[in-house]
Design a protein. Structure first.
Length: 168
């Protein structure tokens, strides 16, 4: 019985529907967390390389929503919607992400922010409703590389504002 529990922990039931991306960012955890809480920050770094964001509405609270358009470098616009389902500053944010409020293919993401010395380890764990939707996100939308680029943009942004803050 114990062996089965350990095996389940090592390979969660959602493993075939998950994408997990992590990165260590050279900035304090509170600053990295804050970059997710205010639209003035999010609009500066959200999305893969070459993408920009236009926000229609933003309310960072449990049950609040972020309605926005992600503009691709090729001119394609992607309507996006996020609802915050859990906020535990400065440790954890959980959210539901889709094209719109009633999107049956919306996926869940949990972001954790852990201190790593003077840096922050951020982990983004995304679970899709089905393995097929996860595979489509990876193959058609390059979700793994896009997620890595998004965290890279976040790292560059918070490193820069941290540096500028130190100069004040």
């Amino acid at each position: 019985m114990t062996g089965a529990r350990q095996e389940a922990r090592a390979e969660p039931a959602t493993a075939d529907r998950e994408i997990v991306i992590s990165r260590v960012i050279s900035a304090p955890r509170e600053l990295v967390f804050e970059a997710f809480t205010e639209v003035r920050h999010l609009s500066r770094w959200w999305g893969p390389e070459g993408f920009t964001t236009t926000t229609w509405s933003f309310e960072f609270r449990v049950g609040g929503e972020w309605d926005f358009v992600l503009h691709g470098p090729d001119g394609t616009d992607y309507q996006e919607w996020i609802s915050w389902t859990e906020i535990a500053p400065p440790e954890r944010i959980a959210l539901l992400h889709g094209e719109s409020r009633d999107d049956p293919n919306a996926f869940e993401s949990v972001l954790t922010f852990a201190p790593d010395g003077t840096a922050t380890r951020i982990e983004m764990r995304t679970v899709f409703p089905t393995k097929e939707l996860r595979d489509e996100a990876v193959e058609k939308y390059h979700a793994i590389e896009g997620g890595r680029q998004t965290l890279s943009n976040l790292a560059a942004y918070v490193t820069e504002i941290s540096r500028l803050g130190a100069e004040d």
